[in-house]
Design a protein around this ligand. Structure first.
Ligand code: URA
Length: 245
């Protein structure tokens, strides 16, 4: 009987995020990350733009730490997103995480708190992580751009290009076993591939030798709950990589 109860509990936990719309008590807003069929401009730096600051080791040849990457980012003014931001949203979680989630960019609540994925989409992401039998603390969560695009607009190619060295540095320090790219900006930036997320999702890819699973962004799933089934299939593929059923 208790085995049956355990099974029921497990099933309920896994289905919780799929059944909830994650917006209870929160205002619904259109939000970012629509999986547009048309790919956005790739995150390519215009020839005229200055090269992003190098993200270098404090000691040549030494292993970098996330603290060093954060220090190098400093009070960043490398792009215009610095003008309206309240806080830089660097990343949160386990610096030795085996699983990293990469989102698009901070929203209003993330900007206010300086922590990624703490708004409505973040609540859904937390449920997704727990449904995968991970805890939020055991993984690492960050974004392509570290400052909020005003009004939750899409990040622009120059903004992505300015921030990308820091995302790459974070992933280089953590060296996760698997990366989950949430939505088109994370997927297209990391993979240098302008294929729409609707076509890219669910297929294993590789980022610098690390298996990467592109899937839908939780903000999109809040607006299109029917798509949660596809996202769950993608996350189950990730679970298999960790030997989780
Ligand atoms: N959406 C994102 O892409 N990142 C966040 O941190 C929050 C919402």
């Amino acid at each position: 009987m208790s085995e049956l109860q355990d099974l029921a509990l497990e099933l309920r936990r896994q289905l919780a995020w799929q059944e909830s719309d994650g917006t209870r008590g929160l205002l619904r807003s259109p939000g970012p990350a629509q999986p547009a069929e048309k790919a956005p401009a790739p995150a390519r730096r215009p020839e005229s733009a200055p090269a992003p600051a190098p993200v270098s080791d404090a000691t040549p040849g030494a292993e970098q730490t996330l603290e060093q990457v954060r220090a190098e980012l400093g009070a960043c003014t490398r792009c215009k997103l610095c003008k309206a931001r309240k806080n830089i949203v660097f990343g949160v979680g386990n610096p030795r995480a085996e699983l990293v989630f990469v989102g698009e960019g901070p929203g209003e609540e993330e900007d206010r708190q300086g922590v990624p994925f703490v708004g409505a989409a973040g609540q859904l992401l937390t449920k997704m992580i727990e449904a995968m039998k991970f805890s939020r603390d055991s993984v690492y969560i960050c974004n392509v751009v570290k400052c909020r695009p005003p009004g939750n607009r899409n990040p622009e190619p120059e903004e992505i290009a300015a921030c990308e060295p820091f995302l790459k540095a974070q992933l280089g320090v953590i060296k996760p076993k698997v990366i989950v790219a949430l939505g088109k900006f994370a997927s297209q930036t990391l993979l240098r591939d302008t294929t729409p997320i609707t076509r890219m999702r669910g297929q294993w890819r590789s980022y610098e030798g690390i298996p990467l699973m592109p899937t839908f962004h939780p903000a999109y799933l809040l607006r299109s709950p029917d798509e949660k089934k596809k996202a769950w299939l993608d996350l189950q593929e990730v679970m298999k990589k960790f030997g989780k059923k």
